[in-house]
Design a protein around this ligand. Structure first.
Ligand code: SF4
Length: 251
């Protein structure tokens, strides 16, 4: 079967299958060992991000972590970045939206365009998240994510290891916690006293930008707090980093 080239290395489907079978801790360690500085954990400072950072630290490998700072994080999220940096002796790379693109968007549509329509929410996410995220991917051969299958219908088939195409290259996308649930993450965090976002103790189950992420009520879906004004019309609840969304270029 054809080999797939990722960075300087070739992988058979069997190699990728073996990686996918590894327990989360070992998968994190192996991706860091194989790709070094061309691998990084991408996090929006959810519970899974804290756990992945702890696992990477325990692996003994040097590791990179990045976040896409949309300039709209909760103060608790900014504080967590500082805490994680101090606890693990790391510097979390921050990537920001392009100031000119941001200014143009706000001038044309206003600061709160995401209330207007799904299309404008996706446009805002594109400018604030997807574009800076693409800048990071330019520096990577392996991207480690905190995606989990239980997060939504659209994520229920997320594999622990997959390859993705990005601007003519193949990247490894590893989601070591794909089969974990929130309870297991909380158990890990308690056991190893891992710093985490306190918003998770205040009813939040998914955290992104302020306003666009809210706490959920009992019985609601964990992602119901994201863009909750669209709950009745759309259950996709994605910003475009993990799935490709159609873009209206006239916006
Ligand atoms: S989550 Fe909201 S504020 Fe943040 S980028 Fe998306 S639409 Fe914009």
């Amino acid at each position: 079967m054809a080999e797939v080239v990722i960075g300087q290395r070739s992988f058979s489907q069997k190699d990728l299958g073996r990686l996918a079978e590894l327990p989360a801790e070992e998968l994190v360690a192996e991706v860091l060992r194989l790709f070094g500085k061309r691998a990084a954990i991408g996090t929006s400072l959810q519970l899974s991000g804290s756990v992945l950072i702890d696992m990477a630290h325990k692996s003994g490998n040097p590791f990179r972590v990045f976040t896409i700072d949309t300039l709209r994080f909760h103060q608790e999220t900014y504080s967590l970045i500082d805490t994680l940096e101090e606890r693990y002796g790391i510097s979390i790379e921050r990537y920001y939206p392009d100031p000119l693109r941001l200014e143009k968007m706000i001038r044309q549509h206003g600061e709160y365009l995401f209330f207007d329509s799904k299309e404008k929410q996706e446009y805002c996410c594109h400018i604030r998240k997807v574009e800076p995220h693409n800048k990071v991917l330019e520096t990577l051969d392996a991207w480690i994510t905190g995606l989990r299958q239980d997060q939504s219908q659209h994520r229920e088939k997320i594999p622990p290891v997959q390859t993705i195409s990005f601007r003519g290259r193949t990247l490894l996308k590893a989601s070591p916690l794909a089969k974990w649930n929130e309870e297991r993450l909380r158990e890990y965090i308690r056991r190893f006293e891992v710093p985490y976002n306190p918003l998770f103790d205040r009813g939040y189950h998914s955290i992104g930008c302020i306003i666009c992420s809210t706490p959920i009520r009992e019985g609601e879906h964990p992602r119901a707090g994201r863009w909750r004004w669209f709950n009745a019309v759309d259950d996709k609840k994605e910003c475009g980093i993990h799935i490709s969304l159609p873009r209206n270029e006239t916006l």
